[in-house]
Write a protein that binds this ligand. Structure first.
Ligand code: HAM
Length: 404
């Protein structure tokens, strides 16, 4: 509801402008897809195996509400084969069956970008830099960029084997929940926040030691690029993302302004194998999605990016029956002003009250005298400009001066 919805939209506008400056064009992915599209994200992740809302449609097809939009964007890429490099942005709701709490919802909004085609590490840098610039434009200053590389697909496999061996050797010391995770996805054990698991996690092998020379060089160039753009980051070899398609660069943005467990305001990385697994040609890709709900919580915590304070700038008051308000308000709209008026022929006092409540800066008043002389009284409701009565033909000029 207003003003939250208006703030929501304003955030979307800042995002669109930021990414369109870099040549990303908007794509509107469908809200649901055949479940197979999302299964390609990896059955071993909670997002796919436990959190997806799925249903059978009347034609017996197994469908799912989208838990994220990268898969749909890459599916669209595979289907329509646009020229590469292809740079797309998107926004909209996603659905995950989770335990709802502050910052974690079953329907939540994301804004994001995906860039397909180039393998260039500088594209990773551009993607990260755009998220960074967006946060800066919102006025957020307490964001930490966590950075990691998961290596190529092969590096990842070798790392997972080493992890498996390490955790298996310490199986009895792990928490029960982590033992269950280990059986399905050893990488996710690194994500455990349980006290009992910390020592075993600390002594576990580190991904960065498993990078092939090519993956190490790619990662080095990403870091050099971020340094060149003065974007601070923290290397976090424990950063594992909740989706399985990532290779090489992965990153997450953490808000340090609120201490809720849900302080990841965005994340992303490379997913060079995803297009192929969705039936397309092997095409590298990189992107991110930022959680709109959580980003706004971070804005609240940092007291930045307030919502708009008014719906209209002008308010028309007519005590002569309403005909004058009808014409003047329409003329103001025609000129592109945001203007409202009072209804039902109320008293002057009631109309002034309505003007005040509307948040408008200026009231345009037509009483008997103004109507007789074809003038309008323009009154500054908030500032120091006082009031002046001007011929109807000079209203626009007067407004321009007052609203400067
Ligand atoms: P993700 O980390 O699953 O990545 O989600 C990105 C962001 O969405 C999170 O950092 C968080 O801010 C927000 N988010 C996720 N789940 C919830 C929830 N239940 N309630 C509120 N906010 C939530 C992805 O979705 C990937 N598709 C990102 C990506 C794009 N990777 C490459 N390209």
């Amino acid at each position: 509801m207003w003003p939250d919805a208006a703030r929501w939209r304003a955030l979307g506008q800042v995002f669109a402008q930021t990414v369109e400056e870099a040549g990303y064009t908007q794509v509107i992915p469908p809200m649901f897809e055949n479940i197979e599209v999302f299964k390609r994200l990896g059955d071993a992740t909670d997002v796919v195996s436990k959190e997806m809302y799925d249903f059978e449609d009347k034609g017996g097809r197994h469908m799912a509400l989208r838990p994220e939009q990268t898969a749909s964007i890459v599916r669209a890429f595979v289907e329509h084969r646009p020229l590469i490099p292809w740079k797309a942005w998107y926004s909209g709701p996603n659905f995950r069956y989770e335990r709802a709490q502050k910052g974690r919802y079953r329907q939540f909004d994301q804004v994001g970008i995906e860039a397909l085609g180039p393998e260039d590490p500088h594209l990773d840098v551009e993607v990260i830099a755009l998220a960074w610039r967006f946060y800066q434009r919102l006025g957020l200053s307490q964001i930490t960029l966590m950075l990691n590389s998961l290596g190529s697909g092969d590096d990842r496999e070798r790392f997972i084997e080493a992890l498996q061996a390490h955790f298996a050797a310490h199986q009895n010391e792990l928490s029960e929940a982590s033992r269950t995770t280990l059986a399905v996805n050893p990488l996710r054990v690194l994500d455990s926040k349980r006290e009992q698991d910390q020592a075993i996690i600390d002594s576990a092998p580190k991904m960065l030691d498993f990078l092939s020379p090519e993956a190490a060089e790619h990662f080095e160039k990403v870091q050099q690029g971020l340094d060149a753009l003065d974007i601070p980051y923290t290397l976090n070899p424990r950063l594992v993302r909740g989706l399985d398609y990532y290779v090489r660069t992965t990153f997450e943005f953490i808000s340090d302004a609120f201490d809720a467990a849900q302080n990841a305001v965005g994340g992303g990385g490379r997913y060079d194998g995803l297009a192929e697994s969705l039936g397309g040609p092997a095409t590298p890709g990189v992107g991110f999605a930022l959680g709109v709900d959580r980003t706004l919580l971070a804005c609240d915590a940092e007291e930045t990016f307030p919502g708009p304070t008014n719906v209209v700038d002008l308010f028309v008051i007519d005590t002569t029956g309403g005909q004058a308000a009808l014409a003047l308000t329409a003329a103001l709209h025609e000129e592109g002003h945001r203007a409202d008026r009072s209804w039902d022929n109320r008293s002057m006092k009631a109309q002034m009250k309505a003007a005040d409540r509307s948040g408008a800066q200026i009231a345009l008043i037509i009483g008997e005298e103004e109507a007789a002389s074809d003038t309008v009284t323009v009154r500054d409701l908030r500032g120091q400009s006082g009031q002046t009565t001007v011929p109807r033909t000079q209203v626009n000029e007067t407004l321009r001066k007052m609203m400067r």
